[in-house]
Design a protein around this ligand. Sequence first.
Ligand SMILES: NC(=O)c1ccc[n+]([C@@H]2O[C@H](COP(=O)([O-])OP(=O)(O)OC[C@H]3O[C@@H](n4cnc5c(N)ncnc54)[C@H](O)[C@@H]3O)[C@@H](O)[C@H]2O)c1
Ligand SMILES: [Zn+2]
Ligand SMILES: [Zn+2]
Length: 396
Amino acid sequence: MRALTWQGTKDVRVETVPDPKILNPRDAIIEVTSTAICGSDLHIFDGVIPGMQAGDILGHEFMGRVVDVGPGSTLKKGQRVVVPFTISCGGCFFCTEGLYSACDNSNPVEKQDASEAAFGHAMAGIFGYSHLTGGYSGGQAEYVRVPFSDVGPIVVPDDLPDDQVLFLSDILPTGWMAAENCDIRPGDTVAVWGCGPVGLFAVQSALLMGAGQVIAIDHHPRRLELAASLGAKVVNYRETHVAEALLEMTGGIGPDAVIDAVGMESHGLAPDRLMDRAKQAVGIGVDGIHALRSAIHACRKGGRVSVPGVHGGFADSFPTGAVMQKGLTLRSGQTHVQRYMPSLLHRIAEGEIDTTFLISHRLPLEDAAKGYQHFRDDQNTWTKVVLKTPASGWTG
Ligand SMILES: NC(=O)c1ccc[n+]([C@@H]2O[C@H](COP(=O)([O-])OP(=O)(O)OC[C@H]3O[C@@H](n4cnc5c(N)ncnc54)[C@H](O)[C@@H]3O)[C@@H](O)[C@H]2O)c1
Ligand SMILES: [Zn+2]
Ligand SMILES: [Zn+2]
């Protein structure tokens, strides 16, 4: 089959690789029709996520048709499914608590050493996301093996096209959980750093949850335009002093909740960001937390800080003083995707949520490397890239 492989920093290639096979009774094989490139993939592309090996198949946002099942799978051949990026067993302590991204059984013990050392505990397996998270082959490919297929994938009705449901695999639940972690009360002000796919879905979700005003912060005019079209007030951090603007827009007290939807690769020329970059460049595992610092600084006293943005190492100059002195609550995590898929699918089917506004480019899987380069370098207009395989029947 054809699949997008990681070969090194900023080097991804579509190559011919062996087809996946059923390895365990609960596995299913999915013939992928649509798969998206995520901001999280860019962290891998840029070489800031450790644990990648040459030849690893990328991709954690994908959907398609079931073509083979093990005896323990509840799926049936021919069913159309969206697959969550988190691989979860459904039966461990964490899965039964609904903490799917903390599953204790999907990141095999012999591969956990690095994440245990880095985080204290191993995380769940994630498709196409380094050997820190199990080294599973991803779904930017014609076929993919899906472990625990009786727990993860959701069957979608044939009348909902791929582009409407694909984002159930990650960014839609991620934006939703980011807003949920803000514990929004009616009328609250929520400020969102980053108007990429995650930030935009966080904006949409926060408004659906009853926020009185959502303020979206970025520097790309097109992305800010999309945030405004969802109902957000927008702040371009290149033109406006963000902290002052937020005070002005909140009667001088600051937002009730703030969301870091940027993660470890913050842009800009702020001195603290340049210091983070210099340390990142020498490979000592330092996270870029400029956006998170700004969010914590701006948040009102007693407010909530939600961090969907991915961080993978250790932070320097983390504002512990602001967190403690202002009495902030901080919530984060890889998304517990399985928890949110059914209700969000229902909202899509009811026409309450549209996700297609985000897609700026559709490309054949063969052009995946081009998609990565543009999604990274032309962020303003390349807001989301969906890759189509030959099985999708898409002709451009
Ligand atoms: N928690 C999860 O499970 C989960 C799931 C998916 C993605 N993510 C993470 O969420 C983050 C966003 O993902 P995405 O796909 O939207 O990425 P993206 O790279 O497309 O978007 C990031 C946006 O942040 C903006 N930005 C950069 N620096 C900024 C700053 N200082 N202030 C304000 N905006 C700034 C960029 O201009 C860009 O528009 C990434 O870190 C990604 O890894 C987390
Ligand atoms: Zn993703
Ligand atoms: Zn589990």
